[in-house]
Design a protein around this ligand. Structure first.
Ligand SMILES: [Mg+2]
Length: 279
């Protein structure tokens, strides 16, 4: 027996007898409980949660099983789906190809799409000037740090260091922080090999609170993998379900290892939600 087969045997198999089940009984019980709520909001981070992390942001795609389960959830009554991402909305749409009625929060909460006719983010003059100045600072730093690159967003500039050597990445982020961290009107976030700058104060926590209020959800599910997702996990309330992807510190009630487990989570949620809506 291979170690893989042994692992699958320990974890059990589903009805098909093919796929190992790896979600803990406690997590499955929590899925069952949240699926019974009146109006369910399923809000997911994208990169590193629905989609495995990749070196080139444009190549990111949801795992097919997650995409399928999420799309099926989006079609259920009294069930709202949302993506809450650090990506700019346009970038999120391009990689996530979200179901038509899925609500979108981009730029860590600075951009919101609640359906056709949603208003776009507009910066005021001071914010535009500040954004240009932040870009100048980061251009200079990135120019001297091989492997780093900049990404423009509607409200900020991101310094990506994933492809840089570790020491180069650390120095670049430290240099950017030193110049920008005390600037009024500039907000910094450190993520997984990125430094995010924004001239709009926003967080995924505000995104979660906004979605809860706007949808009238009676309970929500949120899963995320990065430090910025902790803002969202911190805004969950009893009756919600929060899941951390990966091994870093978290305040989430539950933890899974990788986006593959999010496939299982979404499939379990779909199954339980359908069951709850029938009864
Ligand atoms: Mg993520």
């Amino acid at each position: 027996m291979t170690s893989e087969a042994a692992g699958a045997g320990e974890a059990g198999t589903n009805n098909s007898g093919m796929t190992p089940l790896s979600l803990s009984p406690e997590l499955l019980e929590a899925v069952h409980r949240v699926a019974g709520t009146e109006h369910l909001l399923v809000a997911m981070d994208f990169d590193g949660t629905m989609a495995p992390l990749v070196d080139h942001a444009a190549d990111s795609r949801a795992l097919p099983r997650s995409a399928t389960a999420f799309a099926s959830l989006a079609e259920l009554p009294q069930t709202t789906t949302a993506l809450i991402s650090g990506r700019a909305l346009a970038s999120l749409r391009a990689v996530a190809l979200p179901p038509e009625n899925t609500l979108l929060i981009g730029s860590h909460g600075a951009e919101v799409w609640m359906g056709p006719g949603s208003s776009q983010l507009v910066l005021d003059d001071a914010q535009r000037v500040m954004l240009a100045s932040v870009r100048e600072v980061l251009e200079e730093i990135a120019g001297e740090a091989p492997g780093t690159l900049l990404e423009d967003k509607p409200a900020g500039v991101v310094l990506h260091t994933r492809l840089a050597a570790d020491d180069v990445a650390e120095d670049a982020v430290a240099a950017a922080r030193a110049v920008l961290q005390d600037r009024p009107g500039v907000f910094l976030k450190t993520g997984n090999r990125v430094l995010e700058t924004s001239v709009v104060h926003a967080s995924k926590g505000e995104g979660v609170a906004f979605l809860r209020q706007a949808t009238g959800a009676t309970a929500m599910v949120f899963a995320g993998d990065d430090t910025t997702d902790e803002d969202a996990l911190g805004r969950l309330v009893p009756g919600d379900l929060g899941v951390k992807v990966g091994l870093d510190f978290t305040q989430a009630q539950f933890r899974v290892e990788s986006p593959v487990h999010i496939c299982e989570l979404l499939e379990a949620l779909l199954r339980e939600r359908k069951r709850a809506l029938r009864s």
